[in-house]
Design a protein around this ligand. Structure first.
Ligand code: ATP
Ligand code: MG
Length: 310
């Protein structure tokens, strides 16, 4: 017998697809983020009155919907004027230096491989002027989202953002606005005054979700799961309560619900109850703990072991 048979049968029979609970899924409706979405749209809408929207700083704890709502709002902005607007979403955990960020944007502005700027070797001023040339040639309004923006400062020092934000002053033909996203609330203080005033022209704080808000978010997501899997109301409330305890984290609540459904499928139970949620939480915490211990250097593992033994 195929070893996957007993695990895949329920998924296949009920046509169960849990992608809507995964982090990569972008919802169309964001309960309890109406105010933040409206503020973002209000700021960005200056582009339709022919002026450059202010740069925007978005901050709040992890899992409060900063990245996903920004992605949604910029997608909607692009939909309003697909030919006239360009959006760049840069994850600064991956592209963590001014060099790599400017190269990334410049390369996105060209279709041909010959025009691609190499990842190493060009002096900064050459990249900067080449990027400006390409921006001015494209004649579009550009929104550059710098997600996890604090990582640039942590890696390169407080001046690193200056050269990037200067683009909005220097791009005279095109207009460019920046949206910085961070979950490090102390980050603004670490900035140099010139950078702070450029970045923080407007700011939006994303507050943590409470349990009842998380319940609404979960309910809506679950209603979008294709295929059927009965879920107890109390299991849903429990996921929301655990997410609320973890500083109002929607990611945690959704992830718990997804694991609880998988636990229920694997164990062959007919519905998802509190028991599956508790098992999901233990599994979640075990996985995090296992990863934390596994990545410790050998000396730290020895210290940990001696603490357990004594
Ligand atoms: N109001 C909401 N409605 C629906 N889903 C939401 C809402 N808020 C957050 N989510 C979901 O929660 C998860 C985490 O959201 P997101 O990645 O936007 O958080 P974040 O604030 O960027 O966190 P981090 O600071 O860790 O990057 C995503 O799957 C997102 O779709
Ligand atoms: Mg994020």
């Amino acid at each position: 017998m195929n070893p996957f048979e007993k695990y895949s049968v329920e998924m296949i029979n009920n046509k169960l697809d849990l992608t809507v609970l995964e982090g990569s899924y972008l919802p169309e409706i964001f309960p309890h983020r109406e105010r933040e979405i409206d503020l973002m749209a209000k700021t960005l809408s200056s582009v339709f009155h022919n002026s450059r929207p202010s740069n925007l700083l978005i901050y709040g704890k992890t899992g409060t919907g900063k990245t996903s709502t920004t992605t949604y709002v910029t997608k909607m902005l692009k939909e309003k004027d697909p030919e006239g607007i360009e959006i760049f979403h840069v994850n600064c955990q991956v592209f963590d230096s001014p060099y790599s960020i400017l190269v990334e944007i410049a390369n996105a502005l060209t279709q041909t491989n010959e025009d691609k700027i190499p990842g190493l070797g060009w002096p900064m001023d050459r990249i900067y002027s080449e990027l400006l040339k390409r921006m001015n040639r494209s004649r579009r309004f550009m929104v550059v989202v710098l997600d996890e923006i604090d990582k640039i400062i942590k890696k390169n020092g407080p001046d690193a953002l200056y050269v990037i934000l200067k683009l909005s002053d220097d791009s005279t033909v095109t207009r460019t606005s920046f949206i910085g996203i961070t979950n490090d609330t102390g980050f603004l203080e670490s900035l140099d005054a010139r950078v702070r005033s450029r970045l923080n022209q407007e700011s939006i704080m994303f507050p943590p979700y409470n349990a009842s808000e998380l319940r609404d978010i979960l309910k809506l997501r679950i209603s979008n799961i294709s295929g059927s899997k009965p879920i107890d109301d109390s299991a849903l409330n429990l996921c929301a309560a655990i997410g609320a305890q973890e500083h109002g984290d929607a990611r945690k609540a959704l992830e718990l619900m997804r694991i609880a459904i998988e636990v229920s499928i694997r164990d062959g139970t007919t519905k998802v109850t509190d028991k599956e949620v508790y098992r999901a939480r233990d599994k979640f915490e075990m996985d995090v703990m296992r990863e934390a211990v596994a990545t410790l250097p050998p000396q730290s593992k020895m210290v940990l072991l001696s603490a357990v033994v004594t």
